[in-house]
Design a protein around this ligand. Structure first.
Ligand SMILES: NC(=O)c1ccc[n+]([C@@H]2O[C@H](COP(=O)([O-])OP(=O)(O)OC[C@H]3O[C@@H](n4cnc5c(N)ncnc54)[C@H](OP(=O)(O)O)[C@@H]3O)[C@@H](O)[C@H]2O)c1
Length: 341
């Protein structure tokens, strides 16, 4: 199978290569792209050049699958060419997510949304993926009427520039050298929290808040679900945390919901104690903790949901989609993993 990754010098692209390798996905040939040529990288011990992605390279590459981990603009411009070359597109940008003809797949939640004719697979917003994995078991046992969410989002959600900005502010605070890196944030992030992720619209909602609401409804296949979100950036390097306030359709209990988490794919459920972003960094599981009812309510609950957004919220979810396509014979010739297991 021939695969390309566009955006390999970024936070998500780099992680896609790592996860493809860790999960031993059966790739015969891997091509690496960024916005411009760079020194080669190593993939499975082999040197791979990093080339500039162009419409022609992506079309002529005749890939089985192309991962996009670049930007909305790059996906919009380049994905149609990779598609024309015969590739399935696994795209981390927002470009295709709300297209009604395109599935928005989180394999633990809605793998059945994939049909043989689909060729474009957006990876949903990272905050929305963590939320959906965390609440899907509740939706299954008791239905969902509304979700209210406050987020605590890692700086790596803003890519390499977000990590660099926090590091530069930390260095400055400890008296180190200025490195002059531009910040992607609207306020200092060191020793601070910023209640704005993305651009605010005329109503005052941020881009991230609108993505979380719309994409959550689509992934859960609940178009009428009420979703209210406030997204906040915090000085954490990796993993997004979410305080989630849940209203169910039917009466239920903490015991029943706890039972639903215990058997759910992709979730680590904590009956006691807390879990922090530092605990889950580098993992693919979404962690759910502090599940409790609001007073005596049988329909109102609260939970704390945490997941590494670069892994499960982006790279791993994309690689899982590729694995699903391979398993179903929708891409590539070989369903086996390398080394035969
Ligand atoms: N970070 C997260 O937690 C996260 C989570 C979910 C989804 N996403 C999405 O994933 C994508 C990548 O995000 P990121 O955080 O990894 O960003 P990043 O660290 O800023 O990396 C961006 C990558 O895209 C490349 N790129 C930019 N424009 C390009 C172009 N025209 N052609 C080819 N490559 C281009 C960059 O290459 P150069 O080095 O050459 O500039 C770099 O490799 C974005 O769409 C983002 O919204 C990010």
């Amino acid at each position: 199978m021939k695969v390309a990754v566009v955006g390999v010098t970024g936070v998500v692209g780099e992680m896609i290569l790592k996860v493809l390798d860790e999960r031993r996905v059966a790739i015969d040939e891997l091509d690496a792209y960024a916005s411009r040529e760079r020194a080669p990288l190593l993939f499975r011990g082999q040197s791979r050049p990093i080339r500039a992605a162009t419409p022609q390279t992506l079309r002529d590459g005749r890939y089985d699958a192309v991962f996009f981990a670049s930007s909305d603009d790059a996906s919009e411009e380049l994905a149609p060419h990779a598609l024309a070359g015969g590739a399935a597109i696994i795209d981390n940008s927002a470009t295709f997510r709300l297209d009604p003809d395109v599935p928005l797949v989180v394999p633990e939640v809605n793998a059945d949304a994939v049909a043989a004719h689909h060729r474009i697979f957006p990876v949903a917003n990272c905050t929305a993926i963590v939320l959906c994995v965390g609440v899907a078991p509740i939706a299954r046992v008791a239905g969902l009427r509304s979700l209210r969410v406050a987020t605590y989002q890692a700086v790596s959600g803003a890519g390499r520039a977000g990590l660099d900005a926090l590091e530069a502010e930390e260095r400055r605070a400890w008296g180190g050298a200025e490195n002059g890196s531009a910040t992607p944030f609207v306020a200092p992030i060191f020793r601070n929290v910023i209640p704005q992720v993305g651009t605010l619209d005329e109503r005052g909602d941020s881009g991230e808040e609108k993505k979380v609401a719309a994409e959550t409804r689509k992934m859960l296949a609940l178009p009428a679900l009420h979703v209210a979100v406030t997204t906040v950036r915090v000085p954490v390097r990796f993993a997004h945390s979410e305080a989630v306030f849940i209203e169910t359709e039917r009466d239920t209990s903490v015991a029943e919901l706890a039972g639903s988490f215990a058997s759910a794919a992709g979730i680590a459920f904590h009956r006691e104690g807390v879990v922090t972003p530092r605990d889950v960094e580098g993992q693919d599981l979404v962690h759910v903790a502090r599940l409790r009812a609001e007073g005596d309510s049988k329909r109102h609950f609260q939970a704390w949901v945490v997941g590494d957004q670069v892994r499960k919220g982006a790279a791993t979810n994309g690689v899982q989609i590729l694995e699903l396509l391979i398993q179903r014979g929708h891409v590539g010739g070989r369903a086996a993993r390398v080394n035969g297991d």
